[in-house]
Design a protein around this ligand. Sequence first.
Ligand code: 13P
Ligand code: 13P
Ligand code: MG
Ligand code: MG
Length: 365
Amino acid sequence: MHITLSLIKADIGGYVGHSESHPNVLAKADECLARAKGDGLLIDYHVTKCGDDLQLIMTHQQGEDSEKIHKLAWDTFIEGTEVAKSLKLYGAGQDLLSDAFSGNVKGMGPGVAEMEIEERVSETVIMFMADKTSAGAWNLPLYKMFADPFNTIGLVIAPNMHSGFTFEVHDVKEHKKISLNTPEEMYDLLSFIGAPSRYTVKAVYSRETGEIAAVSSTQRLALIAGRYVGKDDPVCIVRAQAQFPAVGEVMEPFTLPLLVEGWMRGSHHGPLMPVAIADSTPTRFDGPPRVTAAGFQLSGGKLIGPRDMFADKSFDAVREQANQIADYMRRHGPFEPHRLPLEEMEYTTMPELMEKLADRFVDLD
Ligand code: 13P
Ligand code: 13P
Ligand code: MG
Ligand code: MG
C-alpha cells in the first residue's frame, strides 16, 4: 500500500514570546485536519508542537508535493494565524512569508518533510521536530544513524543493512544536490555535511533496496526571505527496524547534546537538548535548542501513536549535560563561538554601525 507521510510545520505565533504554542492554535489545527480526514483527503493525522512551532503530521495517498495537501496545510496555518492574532500571540503568522498560496508551501516559509513509501508489514516511523535551530542540525544525527557503526551496530551485523546507505546532500546556498554512498564515500560526505550551515542532508536511501529511509526539511527561512524571520526549526522523518536502523539506533545519536546554530535571536551556538514534547518550552535565553520525537507504527496509513520517544528516563543524563553546556556557552556572552560568526548571524547591527563609524576607520598603512 502506497502511503505518503507529510510533516509540514510553521511558527504561526508564540506563547509566551517564542517559548511555546497556545492550546487554542493547536485545537484549531486539529479541527482543520479532522475536517480533511472526514472528507477523505487524509487517511490520518496528528497535530503537535515543538516549542513555538505547529507540527502537522499527515498520512494520505496524494503523493509528495501534492497541491491539495499543501493547500490544506497552508489553510490550516492561515486559520491558526487568525486565532494567534485574536490572542495577540507573539509573531502571529511569523513563518507565512507570502500572502497567497501558489500550489506548494515550499519557499513560502513553512518547513516540509515528505516521503512516499510502500508500507511494510510493520512500518515504524519517527518524526523528529526541533525548535530554535536550523536545518543542518540533522546532519550529525543522520550520519550517526546511517553511517557510523559505533552508533548503529546493524551496519556491521545485520545482512540487510551491511551494504550501507546513500546520502542526498543539498547545497542550500548554490541550490545544488549530490548523492554520496557510505561507507566508501564517508570522508567525502563528512567534508560537506560537517559544514551544516551550507550543506544539509536532505534524504537517506537504503542501498540494499533503494527505499527511502529518512527525509528532512531543508528550507532556510532567512535565505528565502532575505532577512531575519526566525530560525528554520527543522523536521525530519526516519523509518526504523528491519532494513533500517532499529529504534534504539535511531535515538542513540541524540545522547550527544550536539552544538547547533540557533538559540537566542537565531544567532548563537548552543546544545541540542532532547526533550519530551511537553518539555519543548525553550525559555532560558530562548533555549537551549530542543528536539522532540514522536514515534508511530503505521497500519494502513493510520498513525498508531504517538509515543513520546524522548520522555524516556535514559535521556535524563543528556539533558543534564545539555544544561551544563548551556551554562558554559552562555558565559561567553556576545563572543564567538557562542555568538555565530558574522556571516551566519540572523540579527546584526553591522551595516548601521559601519555606516555610522565609516569615517573613523583609518588605514593601518
Ligand atoms: P529487527 O531485526 O526485528 O528489526 O530487530 C532489530 C531490533 O529491534 C534490535 O534492537
Ligand atoms: P523562533 O525561530 O523559534 O521563532 O525563535 C526566534 C527567536 O528569535 C528566538 O530568540
Ligand atoms: Mg517564534
Ligand atoms: Mg520556533
